[in-house]
Design a protein around this ligand. Structure first.
Ligand code: 13P
Length: 251
């Protein structure tokens, strides 16, 4: 039985002081999530990670939004895995479409980052998804399969227990045009079949999230699909009231 996961991606939002206030306000929600066997988390900016980690309940998952694959070195502007570990952070979003679009993050680069995270027993949340043009051309499965094959190249199934996949159709991110639950489920089912083909039966244990205009009003529909194990939520995770409503609606 895969445990449900609700992860907020704050992107480039919130000052550290705002992140701290959210973390304090989220404490009872984490208790509620634990009682209901749900994993609850947020991914703040690097500069707010410490504030959230220090002020949230201990079971709150605190994720970074990116990482460099090297442990240290001449990489101006980057942050390494040991630096995250120093703050007790073990989850990292990898390959978000905004990073693929604006920062030239390729699936090859994601592969290096995921390898480094798995070597460190950390949790990569690997994002895959197609553009509107690819969706309209019927290429969704092809694009998603390629991102999985390249991003997860060279790994062994028995090393992948920590891996989380997020299916985020790019055309549904921040647009209010969410993919229907039927589309999301059919792509997530396909993702699981590719994982099965690549890694065998571990695919049944891996969590696959849907992301893209998830709101309190629609989250339950997604999470009732058999292959959708949780949600990666941008805009609707920013306000504590809406974050709480997301949680309440999947209990
Ligand atoms: P929205 O929920 O704002 O559409 O963002 C989705 C997303 O990109 C989460 O990573």
């Amino acid at each position: 039985m895969r445990k449900k996961l609700l992860l907020g991606n704050w992107k480039m939002n919130k000052l550290a002081i705002e992140a701290k206030d959210f973390a304090i306000a989220s404490r009872p929600l984490v208790d509620k999530a634990v009682l209901n066997n749900i994993d609850l988390g947020v991914a703040p900016t690097y500069l707010s990670l410490a504030a959230v980690k220090e002020n949230a309940a201990k079971d709150m998952i605190v994720a970074a939004q990116n990482i460099h694959f090297a442990a240290s070195g001449a990489y101006t502007g980057e942050v390494s895995i040991p630096m995250l570990k120093e703050y007790g952070i073990s989850w990292v979003i990898i390959g978000h479409s905004e990073r693929r679009t604006y920062d030239n993050e390729t699936s090859e680069k994601c592969n290096q980052k995921i390898a480094a995270l798995l070597d460190n027993n950390m949790v990569p949340v690997y994002c895959v998804g197609e553009t509107l043009r690819e969706f309209e051309a019927g290429k969704t499965k092809e694009v998603v399969a390629e991102a999985l094959r390249v991003g997860l190249k060279g790994f062994r199934g028995d090393k992948l227990q920590n891996l989380v996949i997020a299916y985020e159709p790019i055309w549904s991110i921040g647009t209010g045009k969410n993919a229907s639950a039927e589309i999301a489920e059919s792509v997530c089912e396909f993702i699981r079949s590719v994982l099965r083909e690549l890694f065998g039966c571990v695919a049944e244990d891996l969590r696959i999230l849907y992301g893209g205009s998830v709101k309190p009003e629609n989250i339950r529909t997604y999470l009732s699909c058999p292959n959708i194990d949780g949600a990666l939520v941008g805009g609707a995770s920013l306000k504590i009231e809406s974050y709480e409503a997301l949680l309440n609606n999947i209990i």
